[in-house]
Design a protein around this ligand. Structure first.
Ligand SMILES: O=P(O)(O)O[C@@H]1[C@H](O)[C@H](OP(=O)(O)O)[C@@H](O)[C@H](O)[C@H]1O
Ligand SMILES: [Zn+2]
Ligand SMILES: [Zn+2]
Length: 222
């Protein structure tokens, strides 16, 4: 198990936090994207945290879950779109969790159900959404923008021996880095940009490559 992931999850879901610890949330995302910990055990650890009886810990765990679904790509989504996970997830609401926790779960199920509405392989999510609706649970207003990102979920992190842009060979003095937007692997010089990625729900500046930086800046200007 990745000790580093567990430590990042601990800090991201610390019960004394009064607001999200974005640094730690994104570290959790990076450890999964970077293959430090496989999606399945990572999700199991997040699950344990949202079952925590302290509603703050549980709610922060749901923010980690939300960021992972938005940024860790298919390998993570495949793990949440399963009968066992969706069963456990909906039961937290049905068994009557604190309002702040239940509302966040309902928001996530609705968002994912909308985002995966055209993906039969993730049908269980829509079914869970319908089941909760039939049981009379009220869902918050759907933030479409929030759900749109999942249509083209974040790309898997590429690997390689050379920088994707300048082709320099990685080694002791030329470390690998990843662009959080396109997932490609670069040298430090080619990913010397930091920016927010709202489409992935990333509210803190993260490392991106020059191409993605230009693209995103143009989008923000238009
Ligand atoms: O420095 P290293 O020990 O090589 O580890 C690299 C860093 O963790 C990079 O994080 P960053 O992209 O945030 O720099 C990550 O993208 C690479 O995959 C890792 O190999
Ligand atoms: Zn380079
Ligand atoms: Zn990029």
């Amino acid at each position: 198990m990745s000790k580093r992931f567990e430590r990042a999850l601990e800090s991201a879901t610390d019960q004394t936090l009064v607001e999200p610890n974005w640094e730690a949330i994104l570290e959790c995302v990076d450890f999964i994207r970077g293959g430090d910990i496989p999606a399945k055990p990572a999700l199991a650890l997040i699950q344990k945290r949202y079952h925590n009886e302290n509603p703050h810990v549980a709610h922060h765990a749901l923010l980690v879950l939300e960021a992972c679904v938005k940024n860790c790509g298919k390998k993570f989504i495949d793990e949440i779109a399963t009968k066992e996970f969706m069963n456990d997830f909906k039961n937290v609401v049905i068994e009557g969790a604190p309002e702040k926790v239940s509302n966040k779960i309902l928001e996530l199920i609705q968002c994912w159900s909308f985002a995966f509405r055209e993906k039969p392989e993730y049908k269980i999510v829509g079914d869970t959404h319908s089941l909760l609706k039939m049981n009379g649970f009220d869902f918050p207003t759907l933030k479409e923008a929030d759900a749109m990102f999942l249509a083209d979920s974040a790309p898997e992190w590429a690997d390689g021996a050379n920088c994707f842009r300048c082709r320099v060979e990685f080694g002791l003095l030329t470390r690998k880095h990843h662009c959080r937007a396109c997932g490609q692997v670069f040298c430090d010089k080619c990913t010397n940009y930091q920016m927010l990625l709202p489409q992935f729900g990333i509210e803190k500046k993260v490392r991106v490559c020059g191409v993605c930086y230009e693209k995103q800046m143009k989008k923000q200007v238009l």
